[in-house]
Design a protein around this ligand. Sequence first.
Ligand code: HEM
Length: 217
Amino acid sequence: MSASIASPHFLLRRLHSLFGILPVGAFLAFHLWENSQSRFGAEHFNREVVGALAGLNYLPFIEIGLIALPLLLHALYGLVIIGGGRAEPLRYSYLRNRLYWLQRISGIGLLVFILLHVGMTRMAGLVDPAIHADLFGHMRAALANPWVFGFYLVGLWLAVVHFANGLATAAISWGLTTSAMAQRRFGWLCAAGGLLLGAIGTHGLVGYLTAPVGGGA
Ligand code: HEM
């Protein structure tokens, strides 16, 4: 049963889809690029990246209004969608069915990852300003533990897979890719973009462990 354009369910679904791309997806891409700057060392990262962002005007509005709230709404309605458990995917092809479940499982995994990640970085930095002042050192020490590194690697790739597959399905739900050929082509494009984003993110994680502590490229 499909919802009519005027129904609250239809509007909420569109908002859920939109927020997944803008601002949440856009922020994910920015965040992975930002972290890839770790390879330039502690001084550069703490001063030019963390310091510059901390100095932005209207920072609380950006962090809460443009990142946290849209992410929270996307995640909450995502849980409603998962809880609703529609039966349509049984009619889909094998690959589509797999991707449908991957989107849901990655969403739940991401929720756990994001809560822990925000807790051990942004929240920890608010409680202890020394952590915020040397986020590079904080992340380097945390990622030196292979379990934490593995946890971050899984969280990063869950985010990238969820975003890339989500972009491909969003293009279908917004009517941008209508033919099977267009959906396949755009699907490959999203997969390539996801691989690139994942590589940038992995590069950033490794950068924390291998870059100079003092700074400089
Ligand atoms: C980095 C964070 C996230 C990003 C960038 C993101 C992005 C996206 C995008 C672009 C879509 C496609 C929307 C569409 O098909 O129209 C999507 C779908 C979905 N997201 Fe997320 N999302 C994130 C986090 C989460 C979280 C934490 C959950 C919590 C459960 C979640 C649950 C879902 C679900 C269930 C769908 C599938 C909706 C459907 O099939 O109609 N997402 N996401």
